[in-house]
Design a protein around this ligand. Structure first.
Ligand code: 5GP
Ligand code: ZN
Length: 115
């Protein structure tokens, strides 16, 4: 937990998030500015700034983010139609919140270009 981190505050219930899933490792909540009909952010409960801050030993946690995204895609009924998973890092990646998060986006054909 870091005092100024908005996602730490959502994880700890200090500020309200539209939480769709939570376990001992991760929390998933709807993006405040959805880019598509389904736009969910999956975050580790522990504060990690970005992919640049990952360490040996974080593999299971990162894998859990992805399997949670797959489970939520099924719940949202976008698994068969398809969806996109995005993890932005630093300025060139378009990262604006520095608590690592996986975007699960779907429910419409993706328009957002790669690169
Ligand atoms: P990034 O640009 O860092 O990859 O993604 C940050 C995402 O967090 C954006 O899609 C933005 O809309 C979302 N976001 C920023 N602040 C909040 C917030 O307070 N609550 C929620 N639910 N989403 C937020
Ligand atoms: Zn945080």
């Amino acid at each position: 937990m870091t005092d100024s981190c908005i996602f730490c505050k959502i994880v700890s219930n200090e500020i309200k998030g539209d939480i769709v899933y939570r376990d001992e490792q991760v929390t998933a909540f709807r993006d405040i500015q959805p880019a598509a009909p389904t736009h969910i952010l999956i975050v580790p409960n522990r504060h990690i700034e970005s992919v640049n801050a990952l360490e040996v030993g974080d593999e299971q946690l990162m894998g859990h983010l992805i399997t949670t995204a797959g489970k939520l895609a099924k719940e949202e009924k976008i698994d068969q139609g398809g969806f996109r998973l995005i993890m932005n890092t630093n300025a060139d990646g378009g990262q604006t919140v520095f608590h690592i998060h996986l975007h699960l986006i779907g429910g419409q054909p993706m328009k957002h270009p790669m690169g």
